[in-house]
Design a protein around this ligand. Structure first.
Ligand code: HEM
Ligand code: HEM
Length: 135
């Protein structure tokens, strides 16, 4: 599967779960899990969809292992972080290692993304030196 396809499809799944979670919070009046809902939506929907757009813009990255690994790391980290933060904010300290572990995984995935962006931009400048010089 292409990294962008994985990112778009996973992002859609995250936002559906995130919106249902938001509705449950709103209807119940219990907003204690708000940071977990916020991060699930911002990491799982907004950030992941942005990664997908970038990969679609840089086809050279799409087929490398790096982009697919990055997207999977982000997905797994987001799920672990959401569960951990949700547990912690609803009074279950057992969630702490999951919140911390998930956060480290998404940080690692973001560092990998940073590396891919720098690679992608350099490759693009090499392929189109005229447009790079004009910038
Ligand atoms: C059906 C859709 C949604 C519902 C019903 C919903 C509901 C809620 C509720 C009840 C809160 C708690 C507000 C508070 O206690 O101050 C909240 C917070 C938040 N939601 Fe959602 N949400 C929805 C979708 C989204 C989406 C799609 C995103 C991101 C793209 C998002 C991002 C956030 C953020 C960042 C916060 C924290 C805001 C703050 O810091 O005060 N939500 N949401
Ligand atoms: C390793 C990744 C991250 C960690 C460990 C982290 C941690 C935190 C913490 C501890 C808070 C305060 C929550 C509270 O007051 O209870 C917070 C709030 C917030 N963060 Fe993050 N964050 C991360 C990534 C991000 C990213 C990538 C975004 C946006 C794309 C984001 C958006 C927000 C927003 C909007 C708030 C205020 C809403 C809330 O309280 O949940 N965070 N974050």
């Amino acid at each position: 599967m292409k990294a962008s396809t994985l990112s778009f499809q996973a992002a859609i799944c995250f936002v559906i779960v995130g919106m249902i979670w938001g509705l449950i919070m709103a209807i119940s009046g219990d907003h204690s899990a708000m940071p977990a809902h916020a991060h699930l939506n911002l990491l799982g929907w907004v950030s992941l969809f942005l990664f997908g757009i970038y990969y679609r813009l840089r086809p050279s990255l799409e087929h490398g292992k790096g982009a697919l690994t990055q997207a999977w790391l982000w997905i797994v980290g987001t799920i672990i972080q959401a569960i951990g933060v949700g547990l912690v904010h609803t009074g279950h300290d057992v969630g702490e290692p999951f919140a911390a572990g998930g956060s480290l995984v998404v940080l690692l995935a973001m560092l990998l993304f940073a590396w891919l962006v720098f690679q992608g931009e350099r490759a693009d400048a090499r392929l189109s030196p005229a447009s790079a010089a004009a910038e």
